[in-house]
Design a protein around this ligand. Sequence first.
Ligand code: EPZ
Length: 432
Amino acid sequence: MEKLVIHGGPPLCGTLPVSASKNAALPLMAAAILPHGVTHLDHIPHLRDITTFSHVLRITGASVERKGRGLQIDASRIGFPEAPYELVKKMRASFYMLGALLGRCGQARVSLPGGCAWGPRPVNLHLEGLKALGAAIDLDEGYVVARLPHGGLPGGSYRFDPSSVGATVNLLLAASVGSGGSRIENAAIEPDVIVFCEMLQAMGAKLSGIGTRTIEVEGIRELQAVDYSNCPDRIELGTFMIAAAIAGTPGEPVHLTHTRPDHLGDDFLDAFQKTGAEYVVENGSVIVTPPEAVNPVSITTAIYPGFPTDLQAQWTVLLACAHGKATVTDQVYGDRFNHIPELARMGLQASVNGNQVTVSGGARLTGARVMSTDLRASVSLVLAGLVASGTTHVGRIYHLDRGYEKLESKLSQCGIDIRREQYDEFSAPNQG
Ligand code: EPZ
């Protein structure tokens, strides 16, 4: 297995480039199997989740090839409308194949994703929504078996409660091809969904209301393959803004390049400014000036444009560096706190009560051997390692590799003492 070894202390300085978005890339890849042709997607990050999803697409008969910083997806020969358990269990977003295969083949057999590292993540809205638009849905030995009536998806209307990124994507994938009209209410308005809708539109899909809570779709017979460019990763930007605020030298700007700060939503940006950190936006870069002292600022996650749940673990580390008490409340996932016991091993003073963590900041964190449990938890451990005294070993970084591209090389170019090492989880500490 691999781990990251971080010697805390050296400040973060210089320029950190932000990679292309993982969570926007995945629906774009799913959309690429709708037309009978070759799609070129530019700015697709080198990540484990992209590799996994490429395999999922290949199972159906698509050819997926890496071309520099992008992907070429040839969907001329899709013949096997299935996403098997072995791949879906590795990455929940494989469930996008339900809508994509229905749109392309009129039928799909897709494994139910099951739980995830931090608890249950239901897919009821995906299934109820597709049924409301006219798909027949059955469950068979852990698989969803979906079928459209002859002539394609008849269309219909469905209101999400709560609004869901994944379910909005799935319904749009299925509804863009066909003969009927569909109306999706309380649709997700996350930037990832907007970028995806704009690609569908470029492919010829008849969508209106993009970026609003009500999207209407008029199914058409066939979509065209296109060349399309992905957006920067908003969660990586937020993670790097937090890193700069806590691990930079007070008063010395850190430059984050290739960014879309407007994709972060106002709640994050407002909370960030209240910490005392300053930022300016200049030509696609965010320039963060770390504060002398970090103010404790409580946050509550919410669906976009609220504070992203994907940044709450990282915010907890920021609060550990602030003097005083503050809370992190997660309203999107009530039990996404697996990082807390690991951070406690580094000296974090925090208590969890239901969906809220109270952090008493100010005590210096100390390096320790800690273990990643999921993607955002693992990056919170890396952030803690930057500010801790001594050496932090972050194990099981296969979680981190799902969503952060070349993290250690980016950080080491900014002065951080970090390296990747092989290790044996069961060996004694002095053996690695
Ligand atoms: C997306 O997951 C992201 N994943 C997640 O990113 C992110 O945490 C999440 O949105 C929330 O922002 C991808 O984009 C691949 P949802 P998704 O359906 O689509 C409830 C990361 O670290 N819900 O918008 O699965 C659900 O429980 C991750 O990159 C239902 O009740 O999230 C949650 O409370 C992990 N029934 C809320 O909706 C359903 O059928 C929003 O979830 C579906 C969702």
